[in-house]
Design a binder for this molecule. Structure first.
Ligand SMILES: *Cc1c(COP(=O)(O)O)cnc(C)c1O
Length: 432
């Protein structure tokens, strides 16, 4: 069952001389699961090929963006066409408004937006805007939610309600996160308590409407509605961080799925079609506070980049035109995969539970419901690591961490699902 990884191995060693851990984003290093990350040579449809020629059925899909799989012909053609005209001008091009029109049509809560180059920039800028618009300092985030790596959002607070933030990374001074309150997800009383304690001081609540970054954790019925009502009552802006969920759980994101109208939305991943794009947007009144119209400064040399816009347009057009077919089909296929793996685990006596929203899902090595960070954290990560390595050996590429969501694309087939379940049966049997 062992793959040959000689070339990957030597290229990884070379990479380690240049990059910390050999990678340009930490989770790619496979530290959470053990084993060595293969170096990827190419991708096509639902599969990636490594430099040694091994093939993998891909359930990570660049951490979400590739709704149409690798090298979707529409995206490849659009990028090639844009590329021939020039890669960047530092001046506006028509494609920016073309992509914006598609975003605004899909997200009625967004009247105006600004493109940036990553999800991190989108959330960081949205928070700056929220603080300016409310003239308040505190922000609320939720434990287990990830909003990119800016200082104020890298907070991993303890389980205490409305405790002052403690930095989740070296190099972030306490002073920089003292206005960040981290609360448990899916917990309305904790939010009420924070509002009582910090009356008229909370600028915004930022939330993943379906969490992807502690593994897939859906909002409980009524939770998002309660968050919306409380924020409205308190004059606090609600930022739905839909960097992962936008155009993923539904064409109009989680806000369409759960019928929630936020004040600001952050986007990324799918809107770039696999190229670096992020966005934040909301009402025209709010967005007009951004420079050059307003006092909130935010800029980007490569923002609205023509190649990235072209990829995003091709992606959103294809998804939009086929939305009635694509989203229900992905949902059904994901449900079949999730159920099949759960069944395989059950037959083998391996404790496993799962969460799924559309084509976003996670299997947790636990025997209890996972609905927040405190219930996600005790999962058996060692067992997950063995499962991950076993699946990788059988050509199935899963997220290399228990606390990440897996995804489907339109390129995945029913046969791929069957093959994955069969592989899981073998791996579960070997875990005993
Ligand atoms: C991926 C992600 C981000 C960060 O986006 P980057 O493009 O990696 O900076 C922010 N929020 C959520 C919900 C994400 O999933």
């Amino acid at each position: 069952m062992s793959r040959k990884l000689d070339l990957s191995h030597s290229l990884q060693q070379r990479a380690e001389t240049f990059f910390p851990g050999g990678v340009n984003s930490p989770v790619r290093a496979f530290r959470a699961v053990g084993g060595e990350p293969p170096m990827i040579a190419s991708g096509k449809g639902a599969r990636m090929i490594d430099v040694d020629g091994n093939s993998y059925l891909d359930y990570v899909l660049s951490w979400g963006p590739l709704m149409l799989g690798h090298c979707a012909p529409e995206v490849v053609a659009a990028v090639a066409e844009a590329n021939a005209k020039g890669t960047s001008f530092g001046a506006s091009t028509p494609a920016e408004a073309d992509l914006a029109a598609l975003v605004v049509e899909a997200f009625p809560s967004i009247e105006k937006l600004r493109f940036v180059s990553s999800g991190t920039e989108a959330t960081m800028s949205a928070i700056r805007l929220a603080r300016a618009a409310t003239n308040r300092k505190y922000i609320v985030k939720f434990e287990g939610c990830y909003h990119g790596h800016s200082d104020a959002l890298l907070v991993k607070a303890g389980s205490g309600v409305a405790t002052f933030g403690i930095p989740g990374s070296a190099g972030v001074p306490e002073e920089f996160v003292k206005f960040t309150l981290a609360l448990p997800y899916n917990n309305v009383p904790a939010l009420e308590e924070a509002f009582a304690k910090f009356k008229d001081q909370i600028a915004c609540v930022i939330i993943e409407p379906v969490v992807g970054n502690m593994g897939c954790v859906p909002p409980r019925p009524g939770y998002l509605q309660a968050v919306r009502e409380l924020t409205q009552r308190e004059g606090t802006l609600l930022i739905l961080d839909e960097v992962m969920t936008g155009f993923r759980v539904s064409f109009g994101g989680a806000q369409e799925l759960y019928n929630i109208k936020p004040d600001l939305t952050t986007l990324g991943k799918v809107i770039g079609g696999g190229l670096p794009v992020g966005a934040y947007g909301g009402s025209a009144t709010l967005m007009d506070q951004i420079s050059p119209l307003g006092p909130v400064y935010q800029a980007g040399t490569l923002s609205g980049n023509p190649l990235a816009m072209a990829a995003g347009i091709a992606m959103l057009k294809t998804l939009g035109e086929n939305r009635k077919m694509i989203y229900p089909a992905l949902n059904v296929m994901a449900a079949k995969l999730v159920a099949g793996i759960l069944d395989a685990a059950k037959s083998a006596g391996v404790p496993l539970v799962a969460n799924q929203v559309g084509s976003m899902f996670t299997w947790f090595f636990a025997d209890h419901e996972v609905f927040d960070w405190d219930t996600a954290a005790p999962c058996d990560t060692a067992l997950f690591g063995r499962y991950h390595r076993g699946m990788l050996d059988r050509g199935i590429w899963l997220p290399p961490s228990q606390f990440e969501a897996a995804f489907l694309s339109t390129a995945h087939t029913a046969a791929d699902i069957d093959l994955t379940i069969a592989a899981a049966r073998e791996v579960f049997a070997s875990l005993k």
